[in-house]
Design a protein around this ligand. Structure first.
Ligand SMILES: Nc1nc2[nH]cc(C(=O)O)c2c(=O)[nH]1
Ligand code: SF4
Ligand SMILES: [Mg+2]
Length: 238
């Protein structure tokens, strides 16, 4: 059984696949507490979850949900043809790894399954690796979190690199070069071909110079470094 916050169709607003028509499942709960978190309500369990249908109307279902029920809800409410990607997000979806291990083979999604993860639960990733196609792994930097996640991020990325993977780093002018360089080195040690997406903290009420400076810094060690803001926020989508 899993606790869900919401299911909705939208454009992928973040990362390497920004712009792809995507069906999102947002799971409850998170093991981190980032200062820039824009899904605070996903951190706690909800009695019910909402399903936004293709025509924009809303349905409500009771938590927790079984894998069978979730498959039924998706099949009844969406034509998967229109969503080349299914995104699993949160919160931290890997807190539901054993659920996902049952659910994803039952669903057998015809498109690609993309996992949006904070990259700190390597053992859980191992459990679901065979059932996902793409991994969007965050690298969490100071000053946005108190913990040092680099060792976990490295271990996680080594596993994720067996699939299609990219790293997403939320940055602002407050991120120090030393911290940033440390993260770049971790990625380069796993594979310098792994794409890195620099995602500026929203709202952008600061000069963009630091973004280009950080991109250049990263390009010394990595082949593919992109600056991509949250497209869904620019377009005022969910
Ligand atoms: N449109 C849209 N794209 C997204 N990509 C990642 C999201 C997330 O909250 O994890 C997200 C989201 O909340 N909305
Ligand atoms: S990992 Fe994601 S969901 Fe969890 S606190 Fe950080 S930004 Fe929010
Ligand atoms: Mg979001």
């Amino acid at each position: 059984m899993a606790n869900i916050v919401e299911i909705f169709p939208s454009l992928q607003g973040e990362g390497l696949y920004a712009g792809v028509s995507t069906l999102f499942i947002r799971f409850s709960g998170c093991n981190l507490n980032c200062s820039y978190c824009d899904t605070e309500d996903a951190r706690e369990k909800k009695e019910r979850f909402t399903v936004t249908k293709e025509d924009g109307s809303l349905l409500e279902f009771l938590n927790p949900v079984t894998p069978e029920k979730l498959v039924e809800i998706l099949r009844e409410n969406y034509d998967f043809t229109y969503y080349p990607q299914l995104a699993l997000t949160g919160g931290e979806p890997l807190l539901h790894a054993s659920f996902l291990k049952e659910f994803l083979p039952k669903l057998s999604y015809p498109g690609e399954v993309l996992l949006e993860t904070n990259g700190t639960l390597p053992d859980k990733l191992n459990e679901v690796l065979n059932s996902v196609d793409i991994i969007s792994q965050d690298f969490k930097l100071k000053p946005f979190i108190d913990e040092d996640c680099f060792a976990l991020h490295r271990e996680f990325l080594q596993i994720a690199a067996r699939k299609k993977v990219y790293v997403k780093m939320v940055i602002s002018p407050e991120v120090q070069d030393l911290e940033f360089n440390g993260a770049i080195n971790e990625i380069a040690l796993v594979n310098s071909k792994i794409p890195l997406i620099l995602q500026p903290v929203m709202p952008i009420n600061y000069s963009l110079d630091f973004l280009f400076q950080k991109q250049k810094m990263a390009l010394k060690k990595l082949w593919d470094v992109r600056i991509i803001p949250q497209v869904h926020k620019l377009l005022q989508l969910k």
